[in-house]
Design a protein around this ligand. Sequence first.
Ligand code: ATP
Length: 213
Amino acid sequence: MLRVALTGGIGSGKTAVSNYLETLGVMVLDADRFAHQVTAKGEDAVTEIANVLGPAVIDADGHLDRATVRELVFTDPKKRAALESIVHPRVRRKMNEAASQATGPYVIFSIPLLIETGQAGNFDRVVVVEAARELRAERVLERSGLDQQAFSSIDDAQASDVDRRNAATDILNNNGSLESLHAEVNTLHEHLTALSGEQGKTADNADNINPTL
Ligand code: ATP
């Protein structure tokens, strides 16, 4: 089974791609969802985060105060690195556990900060969703309460389109309608399914060549 990473800038259409892939029966593992899971009330990561960032990050009910965490790490790279060293290994472990249960030709790991966290090399394929910055801003502003300034500061802090493109094995263009995005995903799905079949054949051949290994 192929391990396929899916990434893209803020508002590029990662969720739209994931949702459509799920309708095709593909298992999608979402790093953001796992990050929430490992930092839920009562998880040991929450205690560790409070040890590093201070008790103010836990609210009166024992939940992680995500807005305070974001504020604390946004301008402090050391604190951000400390937070990531707590959360990321747990997320990776959970995603790998979930992937080991997957069936089908490939499994998608949706990881918004794939490039920034240096994980591209851990996957067989890296799919990047692209859309022009103005279009992404327009779509995100329409969807959420973010304003243009907040969008820009998030986008500026993330990897550039060039960095993502350099890591990509497959690119989905999301500058058009959702229908055209779905058509791109259909083509990608066929491609990945075919590649997975070839990978299986290679593995079979390797077994035949070296039966004692
Ligand atoms: P984020 O980085 O914020 O998690 P994302 O990469 O997951 O975003 P989506 O949530 O899929 O992006 O898309 C952003 C917004 O744009 C959503 O409201 C989505 O419905 C809309 N959108 C995505 N693709 C298109 C499209 N081709 N046409 C119109 N709207 C779109």
